[in-house]
Design a protein around this ligand. Structure first.
Ligand SMILES: [Fe+2]
Length: 259
C-alpha cells in the first residue's frame, strides 16, 4: 500500500444531540482530514440509553461506516431485529450464542476488506465469555478474508483494555477503548505496530457527568436513591482518534482529536 489509510474512531455518541452534531459536522471533518473510514460507538445514541434504528440510520448516513455497541446495545427492543439485518452495526462478540446480531463484520472500504470487531470487557461488567479468546477465535475464523482489522474494546477497567491492546498488538491495526466517556492521554503506536488508545472519550453534551445532567448524578451519588437520567446540556463535542496506517496496515500514528 503506497498511500496512507486513515481511520477515525469516535467515542460513545450520547443522545440525539450527538447524532445531530455528527450529521452537521462529520462529512466536512472527513474531507478536511482525509479520512477513509469512520467507526463510532453508538450504544448510547437513543433517548434514555441504548440505540434505536432511526439513530443508527442517521449516524450511518452522516459519515459513519460502521457502528459498534456495548453493554447497553440491547436496551431498545426494536434494535434487536435491526441488529439481525444490518451489516453495519455490531454488538460485543462475547455475548452468549443466540444473542441478536453479530460481534464482527467485514466491510469494504476503498477496495480494502476491513474486519471490525466489538468486544465487552469482563472486569466490573457482565461476566461474558473471555474477550481474549473471543477475539482470537474471530481472527482465526476470518483469516484470509480481510486486509486489516479494527477492534473496539468496550470496557471499564483501563488495565483490561491495555492488556487486550498489548495481546493483539501486531495482529489488529487499530485498537481503541470505549465506555468510560473520558478520553485517555495514551494514544500511541504499540511495539508491534498496532495503533492504540485506552478510551476515545465521548461524543455529546459536555456540561454534565458523562453526558447526564450533573444535578441528577450528584443527587444519586449523595442520596443513593433511584433517579431518572436526563441528558446534559451545553456545548456538544465529538471525541476520538485518527489512526494513520502505512505499509502492511501497520499504524504509523495515532492522534487524539476533538471537534
Ligand atoms: Fe457502555
Amino acid at each position: 500500500m503506497n498511500q496512507n489509510f486513515r481511520i477515525l474512531a469516535l467515542g460513545d455518541a450520547v443522545g440525539p444531540e450527538a447524532v445531530r452534531y455528527l450529521g452537521a459536522k462529520l462529512w466536512d471533518f472527513r474531507k478536511q482530514h482525509g479520512i477513509n473510514m469512520v467507526v463510532c460507538n453508538a450504544e448510547n445514541a437513543a433517548v434514555g440509553n441504548g440505540l434505536d434504528p432511526q439513530s443508527a440510520e442517521k449516524l450511518l448516513s452522516s459519515g459513519c461506516d460502521i457502528l459498534t455497541g456495548g453493554n447497553h446495545i440491547f436496551r431498545k427492543k426494536e434494535i434487536r431485529a435491526y441488529l439481525e439485518n444490518s451489516d453495519f452495526l455490531i454488538r460485543p462478540a462475547n455475548y452468549p450464542f443466540g444473542a441478536p446480531g453479530s460481534g464482527h463484520a467485514i466491510i469494504s472500504i476503498d477496495g480494502f476488506r476491513v474486519l471490525v470487531i466489538n468486544v465487552l470487557g469482563v472486569i466490573f461488567l457482565e461476566p461474558l465469555a473471555c474477550p481474549f479468546a473471543t477475539v482470537d477465535r474471530i481472527l482465526e475464523r476470518e483469516s484470509g478474508r480481510y486486509d486489516l482489522a479494527v477492534l473496539d474494546i468496550h470496557a471499564e477497567a483501563t488495565s483490561e483494555k491495555i492488556a487486550l491492546g498489548r495481546y493483539f498488538d501486531g495482529r489488529i491495526s487499530c485498537i481503541f477503548g470505549t465506555h468510560t466517556h473520558v478520553a485517555t492521554a495514551d494514544a500511541q503506536v504499540l511495539p508491534r505496530g498496532s495503533g492504540y488508545i485506552t478510551d476515545l472519550g465521548m461524543t455529546g453534551p459536555t456540561d454534565g457527568v458523562l453526558g447526564i445532567r450533573s444535578d441528577i448524578i450528584i443527587e444519586k451519588m449523595r442520596t443513593k436513591l433511584p433517579v431518572k437520567f436526563e441528558l446534559a446540556g451545553g456545548k456538544v463535542e465529538a471525541s476520538g482518534a485518527i489512526f494513520t496506517l502505512g505499509d502492511d496496515f501497520s499504524c504509523t500514528s495515532v492522534e487524539y482529536v476533538k471537534f
